[in-house]
Design a protein around this ligand. Sequence first.
Ligand code: PMP
Length: 356
Amino acid sequence: MNPPAPPGRLRDLTSLVGNTPLLSVDFEYDGKPRRLHAKAENFNLTGSIKDRMALHILARGYERGLLRPGAAIAEATSGNTGISLAAIGRALGHPVHIFMPDWMSQERKDLIHSLGARIRLVSREEGGFLACIRLSEEFSAATPGCFLPRQFSNEDNVDAHAETTGPEIWRQLQSLELQPGAFVAGVGTGGTIMGVGRYLRKARSAVRLHPLEPSNSPTLTTGYKVGKHRIQGISDEFIPDIVRLGELDGIVSVDDGDAILMARKLAAQLGLGVGISSGANFIGALMLQNKMGRDAVVVTVFPDDNKKYLSTDLMRDQPELPGFLSSRVELKGFSALRRSCRTCRPPSRRHVSPRR
Ligand code: PMP
């Protein structure tokens, strides 16, 4: 049986990506009530925010005639992009080749494999992330018709968030009769912060846009990667081409231990089983709210859930170090908004509180 033409499949896939719920998380910080907002990106097809980018880049590739039916797709990735490209690429009938650092979680490697992609692991000695990019380019040059999404330099990555994540956040906040004061997101490729930022700034010029990175292994503040960290998916090894720090506000730095403790707390106290970068984003949003005032509307994303981190430190208790914010947070509950205003009926909001 011939596979259906990609446009039809693209339409079907579009129904499975984006339109994620906006969570409003209620908590006390030093005993005072607070609220932060986060998009639950684990609701995407493969469970991460990267589905948005993968689908958008492949769709644009078809439109421009750069991606042809059945052609190979090759990409360097620290994991979630590999999972997204494997699933969406295979759904569209493409062989997918992923080049990934070997220190990423076993779950990432197994998932990419299970989704029918070929995976080439690259060690630190071989050159780590930068070698992944080089190898993917070499593979593409040697493979006729091969399509390279090039997530770190492809403006379609930014557009994916300017056209979906950003407008969703704006409309969902409008349903709550709110406007964003600040948006913060950990930078992997930077697609999320640049794309959401572009949309929100057009809608409200005063909004503050903050990129986030691990304090114990920065890339953005130094220009090159220093040390190691445990927040998989962000702060790879260089400042990506699509990141224009001059268009953003200050860089927010979060300790990876604090990020892990916060993600563990969201899971254990509220049942929100999020990944490590979600914990980092929550702490980053809290830092901004501390500066801007406790009623400031600060928004972030929870890029994925905790299932890809079962073999990592996310499943282990961590020392609470002085200066960590997570220990001062008492989570109280959350409300979730799936759809937005205007085109929908007034949303019904349910409030979920943990049993005490
Ligand atoms: N968190 C996780 C878990 C990710 O996989 C990624 C993407 N690498 C990010 C955050 C950062 O997203 P972006 O690439 O849009 O900056």
